[in-house]
Design a protein around this ligand. Structure first.
Ligand SMILES: Cc1cc2nc3c(=O)[nH]c(=O)nc-3n(C[C@H](O)[C@H](O)[C@H](O)COP(=O)(O)OP(=O)(O)OC[C@H]3O[C@@H](n4cnc5c(N)ncnc54)[C@H](O)[C@@H]3O)c2cc1C
Length: 469
C-alpha cells in the first residue's frame, strides 16, 4: 500500500459524505478475514498477519464510483467486500488494501410482469429471499451460507444453492446487473431477455470475483412460491448405481429441485440413524412446483430410481435433511482443533469421468485425513459436481494444521485435474486456487482473462492477485 492512503481517505471524506470510514483496529481486523480455512488458522496463531488500513462503507453506487476513481488517482488498492463468507482467500488484504463494504446497498424492487426482482449487492441471500416471500415469490437460491453471502458476492463467485437442479445457479438466475468499473464508469445491462449484440457482458462479471469491477445491484429471475413439495429417499448398493439413476433421470429431462447422493462413507451415519442397509449409499430428492407437474415428475423419477437398484426409503430422511441443511458444525469443530483442519473441495466433471474423479480424490485424501466424506449435490445434463469434505488432525499446532490444509487442497485439486475434473465448481478461485487455473483454462484462456484485466484495470487497483491476475 503506498503512502498516499491518508490523502485518499481525506478526499473520500470530502467527496463521499455518506460513506462511513472505519479505522479502529477491531473493525479492520473483523473485515480482514473471510472464511478461508487458512484465515481461521491465522486468527488462532496470534497476531493476525494481514490487516486492512481502513474499511469504507459507502451509502450508494455513486459513492462507490467516486471511491474507485479516487483509488485509481491515488494508486490505492481496494477490495470489494460482501458477506465475508468467501472460502478461497479472495478478500485478504495482503498489503493493507482498503476494504469497500457494499452491505449498505439494500434497495429492492420486484417486477412480477417480467418475473424478475432487483436487489442491492449488499442484500444477503436470506434478506432477498424474505423480501420475495413477502410478495409470494422465491428465487430458489439457498446456498449453505444463505444468511451471510450477499447478492454481489454470490454473483461474482457463481454461487449455487441446494435447490440448483430446478432453479439453476447464479449464472442461470441473474438476468441483469450494475457494475462500477475500475475507472468509475457504471455498466448497466439491458433488460431484454436475450441479445445477439456481441458477447454476453453479464457473464464476464459473473465469476469475476471482483477483478473487473464492483457489482452494485443484481436482477434475478423469480417464481411463485411452490404449491407443493414432495420428498423421496432411496438407498443404492453403490455410488455407481446411484449415479446411473441420476444420470438417467437427468437425460430424460426430469428436474427434482434437490438431488443429493451420499457415497458409502458419508451415508454411514444416516444409514445407521434410519436403520437402512449397511454399506449402501443414500439419495435424497426434493421436488417442488405446481401440484400436478411435481407429482408426475416425482412418479417418473421414482420409476427410474427403482429400475437402477434403488430401494424406496420413504420421506423421513429427506424431510430431516431439509431441517438441518444450514449446519456446518463438524467442519468448524475440526478447524478449531490446534493441529486440525477441514474444508469442502467441490469440483465438477462430465458424466464419463465423475465417478473416477470421486474415487481417486477420496483415495488420495484418505491417508492424510481422519474422515473423507463425499456427496454429489449439483447435477446437470452432461455431468455432476462432487463435494469432497476432508477432516484432518495432525496432533501438532496451528501451523501444522495450516500445512496439512495446504497439502490436502493441493492433492485434491491436482487429483481432480488429473482424472478429468476441474478446479472449482462453485466456491471460486480467490488466491487459494489461482495457481491451478492454467491447467483448467490453458494458456489461451488465462490470456483472455488477463487481457481483460489489463485493459479494464491497468494498475491492478481492484482485488490484485485474485484469480491470479
Ligand atoms: C459455511 C459456508 C457455507 C457455504 N456454502 C456455500 C454454498 O452452499 N454454495 C456456494 O456457492 N458457496 C458457499 N459458500 C461460499 C460463499 O458463501 C460464497 O462464495 C459466497 O458467494 C460469497 O459471498 P459473500 O457476499 O460472502 O462474498 P465475500 O466473501 O465478501 O467476497 C468473496 C469475493 O467476492 C468479491 N466481492 C464480494 N462482493 C463483491 C461485489 N459486490 N462486487 C465485486 N466483488 C465482490 C470479494 O472481493 C471476494 O473476492 C459457503 C461458505 C461458508 C463459510
Amino acid at each position: 500500500m503506498n503512502e498516499r492512503w491518508t490523502e485518499f481517505i481525506e478526499e473520500v471524506t470530502k467527496v463521499c459524505k455518506g460513506t462511513d470510514i472505519l479505522t479502529s483496529p477491531e473493525d479492520c481486523l473483523i473485515y480482514s478475514h473471510g472464511c478461508y480455512p487458512r484465515e481461521y488458522k491465522w486468527l488462532l496463531q496470534g497476531k493476525y498477519p494481514y490487516i486492512s488500513k481502513a474499511v469504507l462503507v459507502p451509502e450508494n453506487e455513486q459513492e462507490i464510483s467516486e471511491i474507485v476513481q479516487l483509488a485509481r488517482k491515488n494508486q490505492i488498492h481496494i477490495i470489494p467486500y460482501g458477506g465475508g463468507s468467501g472460502i478461497v482467500g479472495g478478500s485478504i488484504p495482503y498489503n493493507g488494501e482498503i476494504i469497500i463494504d457494499v452491505k449498505r446497498l439494500k434497495d429492492f424492487s420486484i417486477n412480477v410482469v417480467n418475473g424478475t426482482a432487483r436487489g442491492g449487492a449488499g442484500l444477503t441471500g436470506a434478506e432477498f429471499e424474505n423480501l420475495l416471500n413477502e410478495h409470494g415469490y422465491t428465487c430458489g437460491q439457498y446456498p449453505q451460507s444463505f444468511q451471510s453471502a450477499t447478492l454481489g458476492g454470490m454473483t461474482v463467485t457463481r454461487a449455487i444453492g441446494t435447490f440448483s437442479t430446478k432453479y439453476g445457479k447464479m449464472d442461470d438466475m441473474v438476468t441483469g446487473m450494475s457494475v462500477v468499473l475500475p475507472d468509475g464508469q457504471i455498466y448497466q445491462s439491458h433488460a431484454a431477455p436475450k441479445r445477439s449484440t456481441g458477447p454476453e457482458l453479464n457473464q464476464i462479471f459473473l465469476g469475476s470475483e471482483g477483478v473487473y469491477g464492483v457489482i452494485t445491484s443484481v436482477e434475478m429471475k423469480i417464481y411463485p412460491i411452490a404449491e407443493t413439495r414432495i420428498f423421496q429417499a432411496y438407498t443404492f448398493p453403490s455410488t455407481h448405481d446411484g449415479l446411473n439413476a441420476i444420470r438417467s433421470f437427468m437425460h430424460k429431462g426430469l428436474r427434482p429441485a434437490v438431488v443429493r447422493l451420499y457415497d458409502e462413507v458419508e451415508a454411514t451415519h444416516k444409514i445407521a440413524q434410519y436403520g437402512f442397509e449397511k454399506g449402501f449409499t443414500l439419495l435424497i430428492l426434493v421436488f417442488e412446483g405446481c401440484k400436478e407437474m411435481t407429482e408426475l415428475e416425482a412418479k417418473l423419477t421414482k420409476e427410474i430410481c427403482l429400475a437402477n437398484y434403488g430401494r424406496d426409503k420413504g420421506e423421513k430422511s429427506a424431510v430431516e435433511w431439509l431441517e438441518s441443511r444450514f449446519s456446518t458444525k463438524k467442519m468448524l469443530d475440526y478447524d478449531a482443533i490446534k493441529g486440525g483442519t477441514a474444508d469442502a473441495i467441490e469440483v465438477a466433471a462430465p458424466w464419463d469421468c465423475i465417478e473416477t474423479v470421486w474415487r481417486e480424490m477420496r483415495k488420495a485424501l484418505e491417508p492424510l485425513c481422519e474422515v473423507v466424506d463425499c456427496h454429489f449435490s449439483h447435477v446437470y445434463h452432461n455431468g455432476a459436481s462432487v463435494y469432497v469434505i476432508f477432516h484432518a488432525k495432525t496432533n501438532g499446532d496451528d501451523k501444522d494444521g495450516e500445512q496439512r490444509y495446504l497439502d490436502c487442497l493441493d492433492l485434491a485439486i491436482r487429483t481432480s485435474l488429473k482424472y478429468g475434473g476441474n478446479v472449482s465448481h462453485h466456491h471460486g478461485v480467490g488466491t487459494a486456487k489461482a495457481e491451478y487455473l492454467k491447467e483448467e483454462h490453458g494458456e489461451a484462456g488465462v490470456y483472455v482473462m488477463k487481457a481483460l484485466k489489463d485493459s479494464l484495470d491497468p494498475d491492478g487497483i481492484i482485488n490484485k492477485g485474485v484469480l491470479g491476475l
